[in-house]
Design a protein around this ligand. Structure first.
Ligand SMILES: CCOC(=O)c1ccc(NC(=O)c2c3c(nn2-c2ccccc2)CCN(S(=O)(=O)c2cccs2)C3)cc1
Length: 233
């Protein structure tokens, strides 16, 4: 098989994306809170709202650092962000969840999330997704570029200049394809499996939209940022 090499530009692009991706993690104190004291369902829900809100803020910063994103049409930038926050959050959650946490922690974290007032029919697909991402053992470069690919999805609602987004996404896909060959030489279809997870992500975001409605019904409060980005009245 031909020797797969990344060009200088591709290595520079990857470094820019990974640096931006690593610049923010869940604030340690919040993650610790999630792991430590006993909480009621309401407090757990509030904690997840807090975490999801900080995740959205971090996602906006990350997105602004994706080379080429700020030269897209302004309204298309907003459309891409609004269309991808849920998927990007679940992708990031899966990575946080499956990170080499001391095993007890993952169990406790799972317990907290299960006791946060999120309906069961949403829990199962969500934890299946967290586990299916964990099984891939993605390196951080793959995680960061896969998140950029999720954000640069040309077929999000209200995107006008389809082509411009497609060109940016294609650049990322080319980097990811080479990265998968270099990082997982034994697994021929690793790249295809990664992209398959994006399909699973879409299903999760449909569940999420339904859950928002039911949370709304049960008078669950969200932060102004989450209401804005998730179109919750
Ligand atoms: C500063 C950078 O921030 C991060 O890196 C970051 C990463 C992940 C998360 N994730 C979460 O907040 C989160 C959520 C869920 N799980 N989960 C989670 C947290 C930790 C590990 C694994 C998963 C399910 C429900 N949603 S929700 O938005 O539908 C919601 C339901 C109720 C109110 S908000 C949120 C946050 C920040």
């Amino acid at each position: 098989r031909e020797k797969v090499e990344m060009t200088k530009e591709q290595r520079a692009l990857m470094k820019a994306i990974v640096d931006a991706y690593n610049r923010h993690q869940i604030p340690q104190d919040v993650a610790k809170k999630l792991l430590q004291e006993q909480y009621s369902a309401e407090e757990n829900f509030l904690l997840l709202t807090e975490m999801a809100t900080s995740q959205v803020q971090v996602l906006v910063e990350f997105t602004k650092n994706i080379p080429g994103f700020l030269s897209l049409d302004r309204e298309d930038q907003i459309a891409l962000l609004k269309g991808s926050t849920v998927e990007a959050m679940f992708l990031r959650s899966a990575q946080v969840f499956s990170r080499k946490m001391p095993n007890g922690h993952t169990v406790v974290l799972e317990e907290r999330i299960r006791k946060s007032g999120i309906p069961d029919e949403f829990m199962t697909p969500m934890f299946n997704f967290y586990k299916s991402i964990g099984e891939l053992h993605m390196v951080q470069e793959e995680q960061a570029i896969l998140t950029a690919i999720t954000i640069l999805m040309p077929d999000r609602p209200y995107v006008k200049d389809h082509q411009a987004v497609e060109r940016l996404q294609e650049t990322m896909l080319n980097v990811l394809r080479k990265l998968c060959v270099l990082q997982h030489p034994q697994e021929q279809q690793y790249f295809a499996r990664l992209l398959g997870r994006l399909t699973e992500l879409r299903t999760l975001s449909h569940y999420h939209a339904e859950m928002l409605t039911s949370w709304k019904m049960n008078d669950h409060k969200f932060t102004p940022l989450l209401c804005e980005i998730w179109d919750v009245q």
